[in-house]
Design a protein around this ligand. Structure first.
Ligand SMILES: Nc1ncnc2c1ncn2[C@@H]1O[C@H](COP(=O)(O)OP(=O)(O)OP(=O)(O)O)[C@@H](O)[C@H]1O
Length: 292
């Protein structure tokens, strides 16, 4: 278990956040969510060991790691721009870290990850020949072969959209589950956080606005900031989708709105949901036509 106790970060005397306390269980996916500049990346770098804290404590499996340097913490990060080596091919990128620590993963384990992330057809390609989604999967594989105790992802989906985004989300969930890998993800997108994580840490004004399961945040938002940050953005997306079908199905109650939108957010049943809207709309227009 990862534990943060009263963690405060200041830059040049200016408080970025203060008194952040939280626990993350093994295998849990936690999204760090909040407006631009609230300190999401700083918090991720603090957990990684790349940035020092100003005060407070960090512990992993009850051992104090506050002063443990990054390379001894055994956590690993995928940066937003993937940071792949352009002069090496895909296979060499994935196996790069194993040059110094060859026994961390066996060849069979590397092959399993390559299969899981569907990279096999690309192993001999140069990085410049890959799409954004393929680069993301290679960056994930390169990090995972090193068997990190905690996987840290900085905006892993921001450069992706549509089906590719849903595929990467599914892979992240599958990896967390299969390897019981604790995963922390920085995002500014409430929809991403809602559909990907077991718990969401929502930061605002240098404080924890709420740390809870997505369903709990929807049912019991801790304050007005949480309500507006999460529900407004989700409702805007829902309205945009519904407006495509020109229906007047929009309920006034935010919770009902979210419940209706849930299948749309849950990539798996998006087609079913949109189909039912189409059917209802078509049935209505047939009725209207036959009336006239
Ligand atoms: N090395 C640094 N020195 C001084 N201030 C910094 C440094 N790194 C970050 N900051 C400041 O700390 C605050 C938090 O930055 P951070 O990048 O963690 O925010 P964020 O929530 O990840 O933002 P975004 O969503 O825009 O990426 C910002 O005001 C930023 O200007």
């Amino acid at each position: 278990m990862l534990e943060l106790r009263n963690v405060t970060k200041k830059y040049d005397g200016k408080v970025i956040f203060e008194d952040i306390s939280l626990k993350v269980n093994k295998g849990e996916i936690v999204s760090i969510l909040g407006p631009s500049g609230c300190g999401k990346t700083t918090l991720l770098h603090i957990i990684l060991g790349l940035t020092d804290i100003s005060s407070g404590r960090l512990a992993y499996d009850k051992e104090d790691i506050t002063r443990v340097p990054m390379k001894h913490r055994g956590f690993n990060i995928v940066f937003q721009d993937y940071a792949l080596f352009p002069n090496l091919n895909v296979k060499q990128n994935i196996e790069y870290g194993l040059r110094n620590r060859p026994n961390v993963s066996t060849q069979a384990e590397v092959d399993e990850l390559v299969d899981l992330l569907e990279i096999k057809p690309h192993l001999n390609k140069r990085i410049s020949q890959l799409s954004g989604g393929q680069k993301q999967r290679v960056a994930l594989a390169r990090t995972l072969v090193m068997k990190p105790k905690i996987l840290l992802l900085d905006e892993p989906l921001s450069a992706l959209d549509g089906v590719i985004k849903e595929t990467i989300k599914a892979r992240i969930r599958e990896i967390a589950e299969r390897y019981e890998l604790t995963t922390l993800i920085v995002t500014h997108d409430p929809e991403e956080a809602m559909t990907l994580s077991d718990r969401i840490l929502l930061l605002s004004d240098g404080k924890v606005a709420q740390y809870a399961k997505p369903s709990e945040i929807i049912k019991n938002p801790a304050n007005d900031f949480v309500k507006s940050f999460i529900l407004n953005q989700l409702n805007i997306k829902r309205r945009n989708i519904l407006s495509l079908f020109e229906t007047d199905d929009a309920p006034a109650d935010p919770l009902e709105k979210y419940t209706q939108m849930r299948p749309v957010l849950d990539g798996s049943s998006v087609t079913e949901d949109i189909n039912s809207i189409i059917q209802r709309t078509a049935a209505k227009s047939i009725k209207d036509t036959s009336k006239g």
